[in-house]
Write a protein of this length. Structure first.
Length: 687
């Protein structure tokens, strides 16, 4: 058992006839079966006794009244001397067994009657929607029918070692792990990879090929199947639905048709995704997101707090699971059509035809504007070619050129504070759009959910050329939670700076950062650069240039190792362990001499039913990581790193790296060509 908060606990379970407090305590038998019972508590040695260090909120131990600080003497009739004894004992017990614990609390001895359960019921949130039976899709059948080069090499090696039986046993073990946990949010791609471990190189290569298309709407259209979704039918909105949101007879009709109407329809589609939630539930969802992510960032586990905090996080996840993601992708497809070259040419041509400036324009907007109108969703603005300053939120901005500064939501749905001095927020607009045609621009996101991101809707930031700076905090730069966030930079040497949940990161939806050219710098603290959380696909695709990816030296390692840091970035699929499965994170770099540097859990990393992929096509690249890096996985997950060409260097500082897997994990590192160097420590290089 690893000594780290994210590497679970001991779950206490019991079987056998009830003893009594007066019965003489017996030593634990040496030979015990394994029956998968759990109770939901954690022990530690304290002052030469076993002490309860944590109780899972809402679990059987919690229900029975076991509390942190209780000293455990026995699971009647057996004396418990060590945590190891207890761990061995609980693995022997059948679920649905009632038993008695002998404890000391406040210097008083007492017994507690408990009922053992199993993992699936302990983490019942993962099965409330009963989605275990999603059928395999055509791509899964094709993967099963084909054998890739890596699979053939692996099978040949296994055959030469006479290890076919071991492989069969391993596959049965993976299948068991997929059944032990319920599967509400488990993606079929991940499930297929877990039960077909030798197929994961082929799976990852096919996913990378599917998202190599540089046309944005094609990229979006290919996302829903990998989230087990079909695109929602796009309703035909009558003119009254959109006209009422931008009521002015003075707007140029052609600009309205080419720009405003598609944007408004995208927002209306996004609103349909939340039709199952009433206004109170929507506010609860949006206001609960920051607290959920803050707990995950600080403790990694959602059940480490008190009962009320855990119940609140579970409520947020329940609400998120009811959002219809198909409509969010329909909205993203609608808004992405504005990035088509023909559409952009039309917008640019029409934007100057009929200037209109509201007399309510706030002073936070400075420079030469061609259009400015307030709407219920926020300001709609069109800026001329000069150096403009946008210092307040706006639902829609089109800027025709110049070195501009954006100090606002930057092409994201507008979020407002839920209350004064509150981190929580509520949504003003279901969509956000920013198109900048030219210039060396600065995009300074003003808090959570900014800069081509989306919380509760769809957001798009498109920059067509220039050496640009993107700077943000959390849930920024193509991030999403119950949304689809898109950031597309066509040309220039760009810098992306952020903290967490950034640069292609998503939960319940998608976040896609697409940079088509230039030598770029991506820097974040953690949980970024293609981080795919629950029921989400996160993509960071850089098409050319000598790029640098950094996610290191900001967040100290949760293991307490000096000079080692967390990363959770650069192609990561990760779930909320025990509460919901992970998604897909794909970092795809087409060419260039690239540098990847990240802390723990990075560079093609899967964690708890997640699939993390890093694919680099060409170039002499350098990969620097620490623990669980460079094609690694832990806890029912898959991590893949594929480098197709170049003389590459791989460096890892700690355990479980370079195709290192732990606890029902599958790790895959494939370097197809070049004179390469690998440096690592224990549990590495295929371990």
């Amino acid at each position: 058992m690893l000594r780290h908060p994210l590497f679970w606990t001991f779950y206490l379970c019991f079987l056998g006839p009830l003893g009594s407090q007066e019965t003489a305590l017996l030593d634990l038998p040496a030979d015990l079966p394994h029956n998968y019972g759990v109770l939901g508590a954690r022990l530690k040695i304290a002052a030469d006794t076993l002490m309860v260090s944590h109780v899972t909120p809402l679990g059987p131990a919690d229900t029975a009244g076991l509390r942190q600080g209780d000293r455990l003497l026995a699971a009647l009739p057996y004396r418990m001397r060590t945590v190891q004894d207890f761990s061995r004992y609980i693995k022997s017990l059948l679920p649905d067994t009632q038993f008695e614990l002998l404890i000391v609390r406040n210097d008083s001895t007492q017994t507690l009657t408990c009922m053992v359960t199993d993992v699936r019921r302990l983490y019942a949130l993962m099965g409330e929607q009963a989605r275990d039976s999603t059928p395999l899709q055509q791509r899964h059948r094709q993967w099963r029918a084909r054998s890739g080069k890596g699979e053939n090499l692996a099978k040949s090696t296994i055959d030469s070692l006479g290890a076919g039986t071991e492989l069969e046993n391993l596959q049965r073990a993976f299948a068991l792990e997929t059944r032990r946990y319920a599967a509400d949010c488990r993606l079929q791609d991940v499930h297929f990879g877990l039960v077909n471990p030798l197929k994961n190189g082929q799976l990852a290569a096919d996913l990378a090929a599917a998202f190599s298309n540089t046309v944005l709407d094609s990229t979006i259209a290919r996302m829903p199947p990998h989230l087990d979704l079909s695109l929602a039918p796009s309703p035909i909105f009558d003119t009254a639905a959109t006209d009422s949101l931008l009521a002015s007879n003075e707007i140029d009709p052609s600009l309205y048709q080419s720009l405003f109407r598609p944007f408004l329809e995208a927002g209306l589609l996004a609103e349909l995704a939340f039709a199952e939630l009433d206004s109170v539930e929507q506010n609860q969802l949006f206001s609960g997101i920051p607290a959920l992510l803050k707990t995950f960032s600080e403790d990694f586990l959602l059940g480490e707090g008190d009962r009320e905090q855990t119940a609140s996080h579970m409520h947020t996840l329940r609400l998120a699971k009811r959002v219809d993601l198909a409509y969010l992708f329909a909205a993203a497809l609608k808004i992405s059509q504005l990035t088509d070259p023909v559409a952009l040419k039309e917008i640019r041509h029409r934007a100057r035809k009929k200037p209109l400036i509201s007399d309510q324009l706030p002073p936070a907007f400075q420079g030469d504007l061609l259009f400015a109108a307030p709407t219920p969703w926020g300001w709609f603005l069109v800026g001329d070619k000069g150096p403009n300053f946008y210092g307040a939120n706006a639902a829609l901005i089109v800027d025709l050129g110049g070195d501009d500064t954006y100090l606002n939501n930057c092409g994201a749905p507008i979020l407002l504070p839920h209350a004064a001095d509150s981190v929580a927020f509520r949504r003003q607009s279901p969509a956000g759009l920013l198109i900048d045609f030219a210039g060396d621009d600065r995009y300074i996101g003003n808090g959570w959910g900014a800069t081509g991101s989306a919380v509760g809707g769809v957001g798009l930031l498109l920059d067509l050329q220039g050496d640009d700076l993107y700077q943000g905090d959390r849930l920024t730069q193509a991030a999403a939670f119950c949304g689809v966030g898109l950031l597309c930079d066509r040309r220039g040497n760009d810098t992306y700076l952020a903290q967490e949940w950034a640069q292609g990161a998503a939960f319940f939806g998608a976040g896609a950062l697409v940079d088509d050219g230039g030598t770029d710098l991506y820097s974040a603290a953690q949980f970024s650069q293609a981080f795919g959380g629950t029921r989400a696909l996160a993509l960071l695709r850089d098409w050319r240039g000598d790029d640098t990816y950094l996610a290191d030296r900001k967040t100290p390692s949760g293991y307490g190792t000096s000079d080692i840091y967390s990363g959770w970035s650069q192609g990561v699929g990760c779930g909320f362990r025990g509460y919901s499965s992970g998604g897909i994170g794909l970092l795809l770099d087409a060419e260039g001499r690239d540098t990847y540097q990240a802390g723990n859990f990075s560079q093609g990393l899967g964690y708890f039913f997640g699939l993390g992929i890093l694919v680099d096509h060409r170039g002499d690249d350098v990969y620097r990581g620490s623990r669980y890096a460079q094609g690694a996985s832990a806890h029912q997950a898959i991590g893949v790193l594929i480098d197709e060409r170049g003389d590459d260097t791989y460096q890892a500082q700690m355990a479980a790296a370079q195709a290192g897997a732990w606890d029902a994990g599958i790790a895959w590192l494939c370097d197809l060509d070049g004179n390469d160097s690998y440096t690592a420590q224990h549990l590495a290089q295929g371990a």
